[in-house]
Design a protein around this ligand. Structure first.
Ligand code: SF4
Length: 122
């Protein structure tokens, strides 16, 4: 039996989780104080997900880079591919906070959105 250790980030309590696995199956989760922790531990052990934050180039922007983030979590193993896609594009100002910058990035079903307004430079 294999044990994986995680800190639950589903709330600020930060419970220490121990997930016992047999092969690819979760057989026991210890250390959680609620159901959310159980869900988190299972997800982390089987198919971890993360939000991604980065920047895209805005050649005519008031600042040269626009901060962006994924509107939801994506599979951790796809982070590199998502960052490559984000790095490969340029956008045109003006942009509003929460504008979709890349819809359904690499087929994850998650959009990359602007985290702030970006006016054009004068
Ligand atoms: S297990 Fe529950 S109480 Fe503990 S950190 Fe996760 S969400 Fe919070």
């Amino acid at each position: 039996m294999e044990e994986k250790n995680f800190i639950c980030t589903a709330c600020p309590m930060g419970c220490k989780l121990i997930v016992r696995m047999e092969g690819d199956e979760v057989v026991k989760i210890l250390g959680q104080r609620c159901r959310k922790g159980e869900t988190y531990g299972r997800q982390e052990a089987i198919a971890p997900q993360r939000m991604v934050a980065s920047t895209v180039r805005v050649p005519n922007g008031f600042h040269p880079l626009l901060p962006v983030y994924t509107k939801g979590s994506i599979p951790k193993r796809k982070i590199g591919e998502v960052l490559e896609k984000i790095r490969a594009i340029e956008v045109t100002a003006p942009i509003k906070a929460e504008d979709v910058i890349i819809a359904n990035v690499i087929g994850t079903g998650v959009d990359v959105i602007a985290s702030r307004d970006m006016p054009a430079k004068d």
